[in-house]
Write a protein that binds this ligand. Structure first.
Ligand SMILES: O=C(O)C(=O)C[C@]1(C(=O)O)C=C[C@@H](O)C=C1
Length: 380
């Protein structure tokens, strides 16, 4: 066995050589950057990178896979350097610099999906206490209303703490790419809402939105109820009141129960006590409030080996905290995905805007979706 001190001496010697070579390589990358800027050539050259990665993997022998990983990181660093030289992301920087900081709070219409008493309605009232809440039948209708200017903003649920993402909304976000200007985690508390003349023992069937049925799945199973999906919790409550069947109740908010003249037959049905749903506000116009602390992006990945891995490394190396990553299959393209990503930060800080600008140049179908203020913890 070799002596540890001796081995470490060797490592130090090799590192001294490696760091010199690394500096020389970065100097070359900088020179390529200057050449690329002068000749208007894009920073990323996937073909060249793949050639280098294949060659080092082969030459790396038993360490081939590790050599590939090391080089993909090195080239990531060369690209970051070159993006600074060529001044990447000019368009995006100008969009961000021209964003307004103050979101109008009164004299505006705000769209939500469902009817009065729906969780979306409650979220809208909390997000825009002085706005006019306007209801639409579907999530797609909310997007259309924002698109054609019928309303200034739209409020949409994106994720529930126990039932997961609302994938239909993510698909619409990725399709329309409106800006996200606010977000809120709303505590969700469900009751069992029946007719005034019903008793708890009469109930055999529950009506609600599939997400809500899923958030109360254990409760429903424990009581042996049959469940029927509805497009919205408040619509389920309204229809229970309309159809007058003694054995049917809605799983809905306390507000919806009251709104449609129903009686609370049981309380707090959600399986998880900390049940919350995250709502976002979409807008055609970009607003970036001064206290913005969350950034959303969407893109697809370049065809470079390990591109998702190296993307995550970039956030990690800047100490930026990813709060969400969601992938959705691209329509009509097998095994190709669009990514939706949220992270903590403000684009007014230099390292954040540099990273976002670099990604805007490198990620196919990139969109900056917004930088908005979101409370760290659910409101009560
Ligand atoms: O060869 C180039 O075009 C470079 O910019 C150099 C380099 C590298 O570090 O090797 C960096 C970025 C490119 O995507 C490809 C390769």
């Amino acid at each position: 066995m070799r002596d540890l001190k001796e081995i470490r001496k060797d490592i130090d010697k090799i590192d001294n050589q490696l760091i010199e070579l690394f500096k020389q390589r970065m100097d070359c990358a900088r020179d390529v950057g200057i050449y690329k800027q002068a000749n208007n050539i894009p920073v990323l050259n996937e073909g060249r990178e793949n050639e280098i990665l294949d060659a080092v993997e082969e030459k790396g022998g038993e360490y081939g896979a590790s050599a590939r990983l090391l080089y993909s990181n090195i080239m990531e660093l060369s690209r970051a350097l070159q993006h600074n030289i060529v001044g990447s992301g000019k368009e995006l920087k100008s969009v961000i610099n021209n964003a307004s900081t103050d979101i109008p709070s009164s004299g505006i219409k705000v769209a939500y999906q469902g009817i009065k008493g729906a969780n979306g309605h409650e979220a809208t009232l909390r997000l825009f206490p002085n706005g006019e809440a306007v209801n639409y039948k579907s999530f797609a209708d909310v997007f259309s209303a924002v698109d054609n200017g019928e309303v200034a903003f739209g409020v949409l649920p994106v994720e529930n703490s126990s039932a997961g993402s609302v994938s239909a909304v993510y698909d619409l976000i990725l399709k329309h790419r409106f800006y996200i200007v606010k977000a809120l985690d709303l505590p969700i508390d469900y009751c069992l809402a029946g007719l005034k003349q019903s008793a708890f023992e009469d109930i055999e069937i529950v009506w609600s939105h599939p997400q809500s049925l899923s958030q109360c799945a254990q409760y429903i199973a424990d009581h042996g109820f049959d469940s029927v999906p509805f497009s919205n919790t408040a619509i389920a409550a309204r229809d229970v009141a309309k159809e007058k069947r003694l054995n049917v109740a809605a799983i809905c908010s306390y507000k919806a129960c009251e709104e449609y003249g129903l009686k609370v037959l049981d309380n707090h049905l959600q399986d998880n006590d900390e049940n919350t749903t995250r709502f976002i506000v979409i807008s055609k116009k970009l607003y970036i409030p001064k206290d913005a602390n969350r950034i959303s992006l969407c893109f697809s990945l370049p065809h470079v080996t390990g591109s998702l891995y190296s993307l995550l490394c970039r956030f990690n190396s800047l100490g930026l905290n990813l709060t969400k990553i969601e992938s959705r299959p691209r329509q009509g393209r097998q095994f190709e995905y669009l990514f939706y990503l949220d992270f903590s930060g403000n684009v007014r800080s230099e390292n954040v805007i540099e990273l976002v600008s670099q990604l805007s140049e490198e990620m196919p179908e990139f969109s900056f979706l917004g930088n908005y203020a979101e409370p760290e913890f659910p409101i009560k």
